[in-house]
Design a protein around this ligand. Structure first.
Ligand SMILES: [Mn+2]
Length: 315
């Protein structure tokens, strides 16, 4: 039994105490730890609504609602594997490349000790420094990228490093094995067809939101499993994957998306994936109502944690 069990909300009410993710212990001691949640409160990469820097705190605040037993996988996540809340990475707001170096340095002890980092963004630019440190250990990673947008632009308003470019920079830097990666959920108006074509040229497979509904969720799960197999995978989940009705508090909303339930169904089909790291990004609490998006963010992360718990049980 791990020594990192969360505080028991049946013994002490969940609103008592200082919020950590799902009431896990806040520690940087990674002895025996399988995965560490780390906030990455950086939003200078946001082309639209700034404010994702407050996401880790907002996700932690509502995450106390989430209970340790995942009934879909029939597993007590925290008995099956050891998780901690590592705290937040340090950033310098307004200074992107310095912040990336700071984020990478703060993640280094996690990755070097073989612990799986679980990032809570931040805007989507923060995936790049996570991939830099992870690829230094694992080599190029397969990516499972949930998002309404491809984020493979060469630059955005003249900026090479922001929330719209990480998945091109990652390929250019040799961090992403695009030929063994999938981008899922693309939809909405585009600047041009190139928004999609540029991803295909980089080697990504794309499953658009329309294709999710055409194929059906079981077939999409089968395709993801077939493509990623036992490869080392980084799951990057942009909250704008779902319809703004289910995630209003985000940086770049895109109407006409899947439901929260459909997102969970997709994630729950991925038990056994070889997860090297994951992040949930683009929660912007300034535009959230009634903690809807914060709860969605925390729940997505908890479903990813369940996938890690399953793999530790099987190992
Ligand atoms: Mn994105």
């Amino acid at each position: 039994m791990p020594t990192t069990l969360p505080e028991n909300s049946l013994k002490r009410p969940r609103f008592c105490g200082i919020n950590t993710f799902m009431r896990l212990p806040h520690t940087t001691d990674l002895t025996g730890v399988d995965a560490a949640v780390i906030g990455i409160p950086f939003d200078t990469g946001s082309p639209y609504r700034i404010g994702c820097r407050f996401a880790p705190a907002a996700a932690r605040a509502i995450s106390v609602m989430l209970r340790p037993y995942n009934p879909y996988h029939r597993i007590n996540v925290f008995e099956a594997a050891s998780f901690v809340d590592y705290g937040d990475a340090t950033v310098n707001p307004g200074v992107t490349e310095e912040s990336f170096a700071l984020i990478e340095a703060d993640l280094a002890p996690i990755v070097e000790q073989g612990v799986i980092p679980l990032g809570i963004g931040g805007d989507h630019s923060v995936t790049l420094p996570q991939l830099r440190i992870l690829a230094s250990r694992h080599g190029a990673l397969s990516i499972l990228h949930f998002d309404a947008h491809t984020d493979t632009w060469d630059s955005y308003l003249g900026q090479k490093y922001n929330a719209g470019t990480a998945f091109r920079r990652g390929v250019e830097e040799g961090l992403i094995d695009a030929k063994n990666s999938i981008q899922i959920g693309m939809r909405g108006s585009l600047f041009s067809p190139e928004d999609i074509d540029q991803s295909l040229r980089l080697g990504y497979e794309i499953i658009t939101t329309d294709q999710i509904y055409d194929l059906g969720i079981p077939a999409v799960i089968a395709r993801i499993r077939e493509k990623l197999g036992s490869r080392k995978v980084f799951i990057s989940f942009d909250n704008d994957f779902v319809d703004p009705a289910f995630a209003p508090g985000i940086q770049t909303p895109e109407s006409g998306g899947p439901t929260a339930r459909e997102a969970y169904l997709l994630l729950r089909g991925l038990g056994g994936l070889n997860i090297a790291g994951a992040d949930v990004v683009e929660l912007n609490p300034s535009f959230d109502q009634s903690q809807i998006t914060a709860l969605f963010t925390a729940t997505v992360m908890s479903e990813i944690m369940a996938l890690i718990a399953i793999s530790k049980t099987r190992a």
